[in-house]
Design a protein around this ligand. Structure first.
Ligand code: 5GP
Ligand code: ZN
Length: 110
């Protein structure tokens, strides 16, 4: 855990953020500033700065994050209408929280 990291603090339970799903590898919660009717963040428990910093051994985490995003899309009822899955990577890629996370964005025109 990185003491200064907002997502590490959310994962540690130091905020009132509600988890829609959690397991040993990751947690899922709503984005505080949603860009769409459904905007979830799928966040590995392990502090990894970005996709750039993934080691080969950590590749399984991305696979797990993606599979859970797929399941959450179904659970949120956006799997048929469609959705976006997005990793922002570093500042130029729009990343502002430097703890790896996948955005699940959808719910338009359901
Ligand atoms: P990034 O641009 O780094 O890919 O996305 C970070 C996201 O985290 C942003 O969409 C932002 O709204 C969200 N966010 C930042 N701080 C918090 C927080 O304290 N709680 C929640 N639920 N979302 C946050
Ligand atoms: Zn962190």
């Amino acid at each position: 855990m990185e003491k200064e990291c907002i997502f590490c603090n959310i994962i540690a339970g130091n905020t009132d953020t509600r988890f829609l799903y959690e397991d040993d590898t990751l947690v899922v919660f709503r984005d505080i500033h949603p860009h769409a009717p459904v905007h979830l963040l799928i966040v590995p428990r392990k502090h990894i700065r970005s996709i750039n910093d993934l080691t080969p051994e950590e590749g399984g985490i991305v696979s797990r994050v993606t599979m859970v995003a797929r399941d959450m899309a179904r659970e949120q009822g956006v799997h048929k209408s469609g959705y976006k899955l997005l990793f922002n990577v570093e500042r130029g890629g729009g990343q502002v929280i430097f703890h790896l996370h996948l955005h699940l964005i959808g719910g338009w025109g359901r």
